[in-house]
Design a protein around this ligand. Structure first.
Ligand SMILES: *Cc1c(COP(=O)(O)O)cnc(C)c1O
Length: 441
């Protein structure tokens, strides 16, 4: 470690409180000071490189220092860095809203902006509740989430998050939500298909709706892949069944596409694979290409009209200082341009096949269980490993030029969409080597 690196590490540990981190662990696990990024690679202060195989917490789609996004931002910077969005509007936010609406086939034609995913989730929850109240159904105040759900960590979002570690710590602060069973295909019993699991999970929703739909505002679901739960994947049939139940019982469907949206599962929106649209969709993470904090809630004209009135109190009461920030919207527009110009969804289908083929030796490993893939997400569960597996794997990965952070015993890859064949070969070989090194102890 160079002197400059150890200086950065010491100063960071003194003054920066790192997210989701037991800071004492850094007495044994080194902190890595990033100096710059290029494409799928991050470089540290000492010139070592790391293949960013998890897209820096799932946000980076087209690589670091992407020339096209950089150019768009430079141009925007000279025009307008920010203006408040109450009483004012600007081109980037208009254009982005129109293009997102078009991507939903104009089903979700109204866009409300915030800066992070958790805020988008809370906006969708508040909007759902308030729209029911404006329509005279003020008793609809409860929310339903799935087992293992993750929708963010602020207090409102945490209320619909079912992660034991967080629930145990902050449970007393939260408003209780109803939890229904997950459609996770790994729960298939002998002879069952993923669709059977989906039907069983939907039946649980129906039981709950039949009992108390008059008090339920919305159910929130992360479609196709419950990412933070350990890349738990389910059949699209589940989404069709839940959509039908929401229609029948008068409950809003919120699809949280913060992680699975923006092409991650193979289509721009994951819900396209089920052929359904929700009442609300949340996007963040990849929407700005991993450049700037931006989130958005898209909703229907029906919800929008429930607020449209001369009365202030019937309006949606919510704002953030940086709502609709022009730079972030411009980064999102540049990201959507890349999707269109490079036909990214089609290119990803071919790329995903090459990555799956390269991972064949790992998939065949005797300690690998439930190898699974959806779009540009790969995951498997390591069998017979202890609690320290994830941290050891992460440390071994960094020694092998990889940035990979397992969730418990689940190892996953969620790379940016720009890996070339050399990157793919390196990623597959090193992931296998790191896995073998880590299970060897
Ligand atoms: C990351 C994530 C969030 C929260 O987003 P933040 O920007 O971290 O607040 C919410 N939902 C899902 C599905 C996510 O993956």
């Amino acid at each position: 470690m160079s002197n400059q690196t150890s200086d950065w590490v010491a100063r960071s540990l003194q003054s920066v409180w790192h997210p989701c981190t037991q800071m004492q662990h850094h007495e044994s696990t080194p902190l890595i000071p990033v100096s710059h990024g290029r494409g799928p690679w991050l470089y540290d202060q000492d010139g070592r490189r790391y293949l960013d195989a998890i897209s820096s917490w799932w946000v980076n789609l087209f690589g670091h220092a992407n020339p096209r996004i950089n150019a768009a931002l430079r141009e925007q910077l000279d025009k307008l860095e920010h203006a408040m969005l109450a009483g004012f509007t600007h081109e980037p936010v208009i254009e982005l809203s129109e293009r997102l609406s078009a991507l939903t086939d104009r089903r979700l034609g109204h866009a409300f902006y915030a800066s992070d995913g958790a805020s988008a989730v809370e906006i969708a929850l508040k909007m759902s509740f308030h729209s029911w109240r404006n329509r005279g159904q003020a008793d609809k105040q409860e929310f339903v989430c799935l087992q293992g759900s993750y929708h963010g960590e602020t207090i409102g979002a945490l209320a619909v998050t079912d992660v034991a570690l967080f629930k145990d710590a902050y449970g007393p602060l939260l408003r209780a939500a109803q939890t229904v069973r997950s459609p996770d295909a790994r729960q298939a019993r002998d002879g069952e298909t993923a669709q059977d699991v989906a039907r069983r999970a939907a039946a649980d929703v129906e039981r709950l709706f039949a009992e108390k739909a008059d008090r339920i505002a919305a159910i929130i679901v992360e479609p196709l892949v419950q990412c933070a739960a350990g890349m738990a994947m389910h059949d699209p049939l589940y989404l069709q069944l839940v959509r039908a139940l929401c229609d029948r019982y008068g409950v809003h469907l919120i699809l949280d596409e913060i992680a699975v949206g923006c092409g991650r599962t193979g289509t721009f929106f994951a819900c396209e694979q089920a052929g359904i649209w929700p009442d609300f969709v949340t996007l963040s993470k990849g929407i700005s290409g991993g450049y700037l904090p931006l989130s958005v809630v898209l909703t229907t004209d029906e919800v929008y009209q429930a607020f449209y009135s001369a009365d202030v109190t019937r309006g949606f009461l919510h704002s953030h200082s940086y709502t609709g920030n022009p730079l972030a919207c411009r980064a999102a527009l540049a990201t959507l341009d890349i999707f269109a110009q490079d036909d990214v969804l089609a290119a990803n289908r071919a790329k995903a096949e090459r990555i799956t083929a390269a991972l064949a030796p790992l998939r065949a490993h005797p300690r690998v269980r439930h190898f699974r893939q959806q779009g540009m997400i790969w995951a498997f569960d390591a069998e017979g490993v202890d609690k320290a597996f994830a941290r050891r794997f992460f440390a071994n990965a960094t020694q092998n030029e990889l940035l990979l952070r397992p969730i418990g015993a689940t190892v996953y890859l969620m790379p940016p969409y720009i890996l070339d064949d050399g990157d793919i070969a390196l990623l597959a070989e090193r992931t296998l080597a790191v896995f073998e090194q880590t299970i060897a102890g």
